[in-house]
Design a protein around this ligand. Structure first.
Ligand SMILES: [Fe+2]
Ligand SMILES: [Fe+2]
Length: 475
């Protein structure tokens, strides 16, 4: 499964053997580059960025590091090797050999799944396009750009499937993926959270910690798919996704570390004093966490979903860790608890497990987020400041599902409209918070220097020192 870099489109799928497909993708490639130049990272095309590029799809040693100008990045098509004799692991086709062609009956469903996933990839690049102008360090700038080029590659991963398996419809979808724009009133991206702005680096780190983690769970569910090319594509995407989660978790951790340092130096927990020292107070961090967590929870959709049930029974989209779960993998007779809102009481209701798959994936995701927050709290506890970060209740600030239309506090109390209005400013970022965080967004581009609100990382990228020129900025 070596990657062929001698061709226009690097790949490990022997693209040269399928001239029609190769030609179609070679026609899409310049459109992709136009999109990158138009709405990709602002004013970045001449920077030399210390990026990693996939050289093989093995679990170990797939990365090669070197300086690249981003438009020259070798975006390509990388699938993990096929598993010999792989069988469908769930649903009504369980035990049958996986499909290497799209089953006719599932064609439109599968296309919709791929397009929905594919749409999030360019969307996040668009959301993050201005951040390079205000980087807290060259180290962080490089990480942003690494995330951006890999999200671009994830678009390639999905467009490859559309071109290779969905004929003319697939090619049209591939073009449409380059036409929609995050936040655009007329042609927005498909999912809500991908039309929000990512206006500052705190938002970026929260987004990569929380919203890229949604990506991890969606990709993991697709990595179980009976449609083998989709499973193999998403398996390789997951190895890239792990870096995005690292960028988010370590980015927030470094902001917390700096905040705690300032609190200790000044012997204060007064947010005003912390802010005056150029750090971000813990209550503001908590409000950003609340916002990004709640909008990301909506990405999983309604608690009860017949679509999710049909994706599962058809063998198209599994559960997180499907093959490691010990049950019948049909879910015909089992149940799963979903939240139920009963007036002002939040309870649970037993739902058919097949119908509750969105909720189950959301719960798996929440547990993973909690583990990350626990790691942050270790820093906080060590500093003995008497405050901690918490994930809000899953009903907080939701727009989709059982809690849509209700007003739920971060601790899970159903509120009246006046109660919500009285609390909202403590729970969600205010205009003042945004303005304050924005005021910190001054670019720091000297080698080895870091902005006032973030600690340096503990180690560099690819064993390079912290004062390494991770980006060589063009004049
Ligand atoms: Fe992605
Ligand atoms: Fe990602």
């Amino acid at each position: 499964m070596a990657i062929d870099y001698s061709t226009k489109i690097p790949n490990n799928v022997d693209l040269a053997a399928n001239k029609t497909l190769q030609r179609a993708l070679e026609q899409w490639q310049p459109h992709y580059l136009d999109w990158w130049r138009e709405v990709g990272p602002e004013a970045s095309t001449a920077h030399e960025v210390y990026l990693r590029t996939a050289v093989s799809v093995d679990a170990k040693g797939w990365a090669h590091f070197g300086y690249v100008k981003m438009p020259d990045y070798r975006w390509g098509i990388f699938l993990t090797p096929p598993e010999p004799d792989r069988k469908i692991a769930f649903g009504t086709h369980r035990g049958q050999p996986v499909w290497n062609e799209v089953p006719g009956e599932y064609r439109s469903t599968l296309r919709r799944i791929i397009v929905t996933q594919g749409d999030t990839e360019p969307a996040s690049v668009e959301q993050q396009r201005a951040l390079g102008q205000t980087c807290p360090s060259l180290y962080d700038l490089r990480n942003l750009y690494q995330v951006n080029v890999e999200e671009g590659r994830h678009l390639w991963a999905m467009v490859y499937l559309l071109h290779a398996y969905f004929g003319r419809d697939g090619r049209e979808e591939g073009e449409a993926l380059l036409q929609r724009r995050s936040g655009d009133a007329d042609k927005p991206r498909i999912l809500g959270a991908f039309n929000e702005k990512t206006p500052d680096w705190l938002s970026f780190f929260m987004f990569t910690f929380l919203t890229d983690r949604d990506g991890k769970y969606q990709l993991a569910a697709l990595a179980e798919s009976g449609f083998d090319p989709l499973a193999r594509t998403t398996r390789f995407m997951l190895t890239e996704e792990a870096h995005h989660l690292f960028v988010g978790e370590s980015g927030v951790a470094r902001i917390i570390a700096r905040t705690l340092e300032v609190m200790k130096e000044l012997k204060t927990d007064d947010p005003g004093k912390v802010r005056a020292a150029g750090a971000i107070d813990l209550p503001t961090l908590q409000r950003y966490l609340n916002f990004h967590f709640s909008v990301t929870l909506d990405l999983y959709g309604s608690e009860v979903s017949s679509n999710a049930a049909s994706f599962y029974s058809a063998g198209l989209k599994g559960r997180f860790g499907e093959e490691k779960i010990a049950d019948d993998h049909l879910l015909a007779d089992s149940s799963y608890d979903v939240p139920r809102l009963d007036g002002t009481a939040i309870g649970v209701r037993h739902e058919k497990a097949q119908l509750a798959l969105n909720e189950r994936l959301r719960d798996d995701y929440i547990a993973d987020c909690q583990a990350g927050v626990d790691r942050w709290n270790k820093l906080v506890d060590k500093a003995q400041v008497g405050q901690r970060l918490t994930l809000p209740h899953k009903g907080f600030h939701r727009k989709i599902g059982a809690f849509a239309g209700a007003q739920v506090s971060p601790t899970g109390k159903v509120l009246t409209a006046p109660e919500w209005a009285a609390g909202e400013r403590q729970w969600l970022p205010t205009d003042d918070d945004h303005a304050f965080v924005q005021s910190l967004m001054k670019p720091v581009t000297a080698v080895g220097k870091y902005a006032s609100y973030i600690s340096p990382p503990r180690v560099g990228i690819d064993n390079q020192p912290l004062d390494f020129a991770y980006v060589r900025l063009s004049a």
